[in-house]
Design a protein around this ligand. Structure first.
Ligand code: ZN
Length: 404
């Protein structure tokens, strides 16, 4: 059991967060058993100079691209060909993939991320080693092997049936082995996937209530390519035809959407991973935040490493605001989209997303920069220069996975 005296910032809704100074968080068997004001009598670990936040949720990240962050090409398709595909090909080698997974998970913990939704390279061994590392370390994640069965370089190209069967094997192996981990089917994006592959993924996922992730409408050249390949009325219509528009599907980016596409996404309760840093980096465009909110489509923030430059979700909260040219994103709203909002979207808010009695103890403890005091203002500071706050400890289900 641990009693930790600290200052808590808790998301409540997209418009509200609570600052609770000098609280005692009690953790027993991985669960938060109480959060109460300091009584001056309970023996505690003294974290009173630290802020406790619910562990961060990254809704979209490529493990296999962790080492090629910052390799630049100012548009999606040339960037994929020049930097991403050669780097992902290196993960064909099991030792490389395994070392990379370990580095990646340690890096996630060091920035306070306690739940992530992950793409691995398009090789079953790369995905398998990621699961094995995550299992051994106590990581919480959805992990999937990237699928691509057309328009791909030879060293990454998969056979349609093999891609599907290997994914199903990984699903069967990991779906119910460890409650912290699950498989997510991961067709990369429509241009590198056949309609047959996407339809088979949708069929299996529907029959098994499984998760699916892919990319949608990121870049205008990509949109033209999709139009050329599939000839349908819109990019979203391609996924609609494939049967992939569904509540347990997460679409990254979703930038250039028509009113009809917004309606389709909402009708099917599909989810969006918004990746503002990546969108700025690759000059993909501006996320239609107001339209997405007006349509009532649920979304959360993703780092999109390696197009995103940092795993630190407190960098992406800042970018969520900065990437809107006229709409102001308030700190409570940004916090919500890396914590409770994403937990709800994933159907995991009974377990994670806030520091609440009865939830699992996914908590990050941070120290402000020298000279900064802790108070009501801390949330806004965290959202806008949180990467200057030092992560002192990251715990997942009560297990300490990082200590400074
Ligand atoms: Zn991505």
């Amino acid at each position: 059991m641990r009693n930790i005296l600290c200052n808590v910032i808790n998301p409540i809704s997209a418009n509200e967060a609570a600052f609770l100074p000098r609280q005692i968080i009690t953790i027993q068997d991985g669960v938060i058993t109480s959060v109460r004001p300091d009584d001056g009598r309970t023996a505690c670990e003294d974290y009173s100079d630290k802020i406790a936040l619910p562990g961060f949720i990254d809704l979209h990240v490529h493990l296999s691209q962790y080492m090629m962050r910052g390799l630049y090409e100012p548009a999606l398709l040339p960037w994929l060909n020049k930097h991403v595909f050669p780097e992902e090909a290196r993960s064909a080698e099991a030792d490389y993939a395994s070392n990379l997974a370990q580095l990646f998970f340690n890096a996630l913990c060091s920035v306070g991320t306690t739940m992530s939704v992950i793409y691995t390279a398009p090789f079953p061994t790369a995905c398998k080693t990621a699961f094995e590392q995550a299992d051994a370390m106590g990581i919480r994640a959805l992990i999937g092997m990237t699928m691509m069965d057309k328009n791909s370089p030879d060293e990454l190209l998969q056979n349609t049936n093999d891609s599907l069967q290997q994914s199903i094997e990984l699903y069967n192996r990991w779906h119910s082995k460890n409650p912290m981990l699950d498989y997510i089917f991961t067709p990369r994006f429509a241009p590198t996937c056949s309609m047959e592959l996407m339809q088979e993924v949708a069929r299996f996922a529907d029959n098994n209530n499984a998760w699916v992730q892919t990319h949608l409408s990121e870049n205008t050249d990509e949109l033209s390519w999709v139009k050329e390949l599939f000839g349908l009325s819109s990019y979203t219509e391609v996924y609609h035809k494939a049967g992939l528009l569904r509540p347990k599907s997460i679409f990254a980016h979703a930038i250039h959407l028509s009113p009809q596409e917004l309606v389709l996404l909402k009708e099917h309760d599909a989810k969006i991973a918004h990746c503002p840093d990546s969108n700025f980096y690759l000059k993909s465009g501006e996320y239609p935040l107001q339209l997405i909110m007006d349509a009532g489509i649920r979304f959360g923030l993703g780092s999109d490493v390696g197009a995103g430059t940092s795993l630190n979700m407190l960098h992406h909260t800042k970018m969520m605001n900065f990437r809107q040219s006229s709409l102001a994103v308030l700190p409570t709203n940004a916090l919500y989209h890396i914590t409770l909002g994403s937990a709800k979207l994933l159907g995991m808010d009974d377990k994670i997303g806030s520091i609440t009695r009865g939830k699992e103890a996914d908590i990050v403890f941070l120290s402000p920069p020298a000279g900064y005091s802790i108070g009501e203002q801390s949330l806004s500071q965290l959202v806008f220069f949180g990467s200057e706050f030092k992560v002192m400890e990251t715990m997942v289900a009560g297990k300490s996975l990082y200590i400074a």
